[in-house]
Write a protein that binds this ligand. Structure first.
Ligand SMILES: Nc1ncnc2c1ncn2[C@@H]1O[C@H](COP(=O)(O)OP(=O)(O)OP(=O)(O)O)[C@@H](O)[C@H]1O
Ligand SMILES: [Mg+2]
Length: 235
């Protein structure tokens, strides 16, 4: 089942990938030709050449990042679901979250509710999803000038009895454009973004029978939440 939905997603992405890779590749070709021209002139300005070479490097990194994410999706093992305490898998990535927050000069706070029911999940896949959402939140909180930058990672129980993981930032919140295209592969407002983070996260959460949603954070920012069906007690 997961294999099918994963392949469908890759299929949908294929056309987009060709399109997306075309941009950096065209840029690389253009800058390389520019270098060739610049170096052909007597007394060539090496600073201009260096700028063009930096562009080539940046564009190559971008193309590589797109491929890296798609490869990790295509290669990921069949889902290994186990009965798991969600707080435990979050504790396992606590240091990564705190380190990423430090890099973004943000303050991260973990609020894990005790006594939650177990969930049946592939822990590694879910940890990737959570780290994706944390990264998005940190990147968003870096946009607004208002300090301190804050990220909250919490767990709880939804009103329907689902186990919920919340990731809340105090960035600008979701733009109208982002709201429309949030889960579209390759939708990104970031210079270095692949726009695959949420598309992949959504696929993974749905394959677990859960849902990925969002709501505004107050006074500003976004909250993303993952809801996962609770396992019956003792089962
Ligand atoms: N917490 C957030 N606050 C505001 N906007 C967000 C938030 N999370 C996502 N977005 C918007 O949704 C877009 C898509 O997010 P997604 O994670 O899929 O890709 P990305 O972050 O741009 O690229 P990548 O994940 O490859 O770094 C982002 O570019 C941004 O515009
Ligand atoms: Mg992202």
């Amino acid at each position: 089942m997961l294999q099918v939905s994963r392949l469908a997603t890759i299929g949908e992405m294929a056309a987009g990938v060709a399109h997306e890779l075309n941009q950096p590749l065209t840029a690389i070709a253009n800058y390389a030709q520019a270098c060739d021209r610049l170096l052909g002139r007597p007394g060539a300005d090496l600073e201009d050449v260096r700028k063009a070479l930096r562009e080539i490097a940046d564009q190559a990194v971008r193309a590589g990042e797109i491929l890296r994410r798609l490869r990790s999706l295509a290669r990921s093992q069949p889902m290994k679901r186990e009965r798991t305490d969600i707080n435990v898998i979050i504790e396992q990535i606590r240091d990564l979250v705190l380190a990423d927050a430090r890099v973004h000069r943000a303050y991260a706070k973990l609020e894990l509710a005790p006594g939650l029911p177990s969930v049946s999940i592939d822990a590694v896949q879910l940890q990737h999803v959570i780290l994706n959402l944390v990264r998005n939140g940190l990147e968003a909180s870096s946009i607004t000038a208002s300090d301190p930058r804050e990220l909250r990672l919490g767990t709880g129980l939804s009103t329907d009895g689902d186990v919920e993981i919340m990731i809340c930032d105090n960035g600008p919140g979701l733009s109208a454009q982002a709201l429309e295209r949030l889960f579209d592969p390759f939708f990104s407002t970031k210079a270095e973004g692949t726009g695959l983070g949420l598309a992949i996260s959504n696929t993974v959460v749905r394959a677990h029978g859960g849902s990925l949603g969002h709501r505004p954070n107050l006074p500003h920012g976004a909250c993303f939440y993952i809801r996962l069906p609770a396992e019956p007690a003792g089962g």
